[in-house]
Design a protein around this ligand. Structure first.
Ligand SMILES: Cc1cc2nc3c(=O)[nH]c(=O)nc-3n(C[C@H](O)[C@H](O)[C@H](O)COP(=O)(O)OP(=O)(O)OC[C@H]3O[C@@H](n4cnc5c(N)ncnc54)[C@H](O)[C@@H]3O)c2cc1C
Length: 456
């Protein structure tokens, strides 16, 4: 089912997946000499501070993704990139160790997805640019039309083409009017609605068997400390906490200009768990002396993708980004980038039928989903390490030894770095972590820790 000449494409959602899908579609269409009309429906104004302008994310991207984007003609200006992070410190209740990656390729940078944390408007003009706004402008520059409206309902027309019904503008709603007449019909509808809010429910209207991926709540807080204090306390490092707190998987504190962004991942993360992490001695050591959690810090509890979607496509409809397949616990933006490209390539070189997506786009989703299964395994091993003190001590000892020897290939340290930053796939991390020399060193360190413990 090929796209007709001058086809009309609707993209719901102007986050990274939506803007990048539009960009790649329009670029490929231009290269193939095909006319294409792309409309992005996105109600959020990404230049606003606080929740109205923000797509709720830790805001860490890897150097390798930035380089890949730059070679694709999507350079990120320095106003978008806040801090270059060149190392991380692993904190456990048995001590901490600083880890440097093996090469500059593995550095990461921090960004704000929207206009910045609530209250940052007092710093006007803001000393940074929104990442999502930058990508949306890029898509507009490539020829996409941005329609700043929320989509409320979907339907098929008589020829089985998708129709969109928009939420009325504020004034119209007050008058008690129903929704506006349907937009479309469209030759292709791309759903890039993420997992937060009711966007994924829209696709129930089209009844093609789509089910969103499983997800859980996480916690993100922007802790204001001021630029100097952030850099004095955190340096250019991301601080990762593997603490023995029930329901916690891991927490990370990342420097971001005047702020330190705290991300908490675990099971049903709530305010009580966030408070427990903030009060842990390991975290206290990094926060300014006497630091109190502000009564209302800019924080949110977004949903994080934990698995595979069911049937994210049908004839003339496909879902991309968090609402389909993403990377487990990291690099969601990198995953959105890769899936947007796979989707655009399928549409322009195969077509927009369910069979086209099954053959062209679905293998890319399956590849990510299978890699995430290994990710689950790695995180469960990491959980084991956290709950058993000899394992924890052994891990710190091996990573510490690796760092002290400049000739060491640093397999465990680099596997941990990639686990938290998204610079490599889980299969690659698994290969390095399971290297026989690594296993031998860990086994020896565990025996030593058990022996010392029993003597004590
Ligand atoms: C706690 C946490 C930390 C994370 N940290 C990182 C990180 O450090 N690095 C990283 O790479 N990834 C991170 N991620 C993942 C990353 O946030 C997502 O993978 C990424 O945002 C996915 O992009 P998307 O475009 O698919 O969805 P989103 O960014 O969620 O965008 C969806 C868009 O759709 C719009 N929308 C929804 N419904 C409608 C509608 N009905 N009509 C019109 N528009 C609609 C929304 O307004 C929104 O703009 C993190 C996620 C979580 C939960």
């Amino acid at each position: 089912m090929e796209l007709e000449p001058d086809a009309r494409v609707a993209i719901i959602g102007g986050g990274p997946a939506g803007s990048l899908t539009a960009f790649f579609l329009l670029r490929l269409a231009r290269e193939m000499g095909q006319a294409l009309r792309v409309e992005i429906f996105e109600p959020r104004d990404f230049s606003l501070t606080g929740p109205p302008g923000c797509n709720m994310c830790g805001g860490v991207i890897s150097e390798s993704l930035m380089q890949k984007m730059a070679t694709e003609g999507i350079p990120l200006p320095k106003e978008v990139l806040l801090d270059a992070i060149d190392s991380y410190v692993l904190h456990t209740d048995s001590g901490s160790v600083a880890i440097r990656p093996r090469s500059d390729e593995m550095r990461i940078a921090s960004i704000f997805r929207g206009g910045g944390p609530a209250g940052a408007e007092s710093q006007k003009p803001l000393p940074w640019l929104s990442f999502d706004r930058h990508l949306l402008e890029l898509a507009k520059g490539a020829g996409a039309r941005h329609i700043p409206r929320r989509v409320r309902r979907l339907a098929w027309d008589a020829e089985h083409r998708p129709l969109l019904f928009l939420q009325p503008e504020r004034g119209a709603a007050r008058g008690g009017e129903g929704e506006l007449p349907g937009e479309g019909p469209y030759d292709l509808l791309v759903g890039c609605v993420g997992l937060n809010g009711s966007g994924v429910k829209l696709f129930d209207d089209l009844a093609f068997g789509y089910r969103p991926p499983p997800s859980d709540r996480a916690w993100i807080g922007e802790l204001y400390m001021g630029h100097e204090e952030v850099h004095r306390r955190l340096g250019n490092a991301m601080h990762v906490f593997l603490l023995n707190i029930p329901r916690l998987k891991f927490a990370a504190l990342t420097p971001k200009g005047h702020y330190a962004t705290l991300i908490i991942l675990g099971q049903d993360v709530d305010e009580a768990l966030a408070e427990q992490v903030l009060r842990s001695p390991e975290m206290r050591e990094l926060l300014p002396v006497g630091w109190q959690t502000p009564v209302r810090p800019c924080h949110c509890q977004p949903r994080i993708n934990l698995g595979a979607p069911h049937r994210p496509f049908t004839d003339r409809v496909v879902l991309v980004g968090d609402c389909a397949s993403s990377r487990l616990y990291k690099d969601g933006i990198g995953a959105a980038y890769r899936m947007a490209k796979a989707c655009a390539l399928t549409v322009m070189t195969r077509g927009v039928g369910a069979e086209d997506f099954r053959l062209g786009y679905w293998p890319a989703c399956r590849h990510l989903d299978r890699d995430n299964l290994l990710g689950h395994l790695l995180f469960s091993m990491d959980g084991l390490m956290r709950h058993l003190p000899p394992f924890r001590k052994a891990m710190l000892a091996v990573v510490g030894d690796e760092q002290r020897n400049p000739e060491d290939p640093r397999r465990l340290g680099s596997a941990l770095w990639d686990t938290f930053t998204g610079s490599a796939t889980y299969i690659d991390i698994f290969r390095r972590a399971a290297h026989p020399l690594n296993m031998y060193r860990l086994a020896m360190a565990i025996l030593r820790a058990v022996f010392l413990r029993s003597r004590a």
